[in-house]
Design a protein. Structure first.
Length: 252
């Protein structure tokens, strides 16, 4: 009897415990649903793309408001307040210069003053002639061969000594030591008859020639005559002569 009574009680206790477990499971199943509801409420709804596209199209089709032009009074006020071109130019002219010019003292000293500036000459002017400050040139000897080729020496009025040293009136000092140092020859210009004479110095050992001839007396020079001294050839170029003489200017 005792075993039979123990069996139903144990079965009832097991069933009761099972009911409690199922009841608890039923209560646990309601928890996830309660937690999901507030989570879904916190998520913002997705935007309506169709509504946004419709709003953009409507805004694009709206006509633009016309630009408002200023009134005549506003335009007059703006023109009156703006500076005139001439006034602007005068204002720029009144401004001080932005650059400065500096000149060195040497440049200022070299610049001529107002009294030394070149004056404009109109019409025929009278040329003033005075006395000669140096011996006037009446011709030239031009070196065409030997040392100093291309150089020249002036011939003066009166008697001219020709030699290598500087004491000669016509110094042929270009390095030809075959020319005598003093008075190897003479060239004379006489303004009275406007003639040139070449006179060799026969006292010298070095021989001179005129147009490949060796004169022993005075010979009248002609334009482009060639004088040979040592290893140097000189061409005679007259300036004065039958067409011109310095005395003609003094007479005028």
């Amino acid at each position: 009897m005792s075993s039979a009574a123990a069996g139903p009680q144990a079965r009832n206790s097991i069933l009761g415990s099972l009911k409690d477990v199922l009841a608890a499971a039923g209560r646990d199943n309601t928890v996830p649903g309660a937690a999901i509801a507030p989570l879904a409420a916190s998520v913002p709804p997705l935007p309506d793309m169709a509504a946004q596209v419709a709003e953009a199209l409507a805004a694009a089709n709206e006509p633009m408001a016309p630009a408002v032009s200023p009134s005549a009074a506003d335009a007059a006020r703006e023109v009156k307040g703006a500076p005139k071109p001439l006034d602007h130019a005068l204002a720029e002219a009144d401004r001080p210069p932005t650059t400065r010019v500096f000149r060195s003292p040497s440049r200022e000293a070299s610049m001529p003053d107002a009294s030394a500036r070149t004056s404009l000459v109109r019409g025929k002017q009278q040329v003033k002639r005075g006395g000669f400050e140096a011996d006037p040139v009446v011709g030239w000897l031009v070196v065409v061969g030997g040392p100093g080729i291309g150089q020249y020496r002036p011939i003066f009025e009166g008697n001219n000594t020709v030699g290598r040293s500087a004491q000669n009136r016509i110094a042929i000092d270009f390095g030809d030591d075959a020319i005598s140092g003093e008075e190897q020859a003479y060239i004379r210009y006489d303004s009275s008859d406007r003639s040139f004479l070449f006179v060799p110095n026969l006292a010298k050992m070095n021989v001179v020639s005129l147009n490949d001839k060796r004169p022993t007396a005075a010979v009248e020079l002609q334009a482009m005559d060639v004088i040979t001294m040592g290893r140097t050839q000189l061409v005679f170029v007259p300036f004065c002569g039958a067409d011109f003489d310095w005395s003609a200017l003094a007479d005028g």
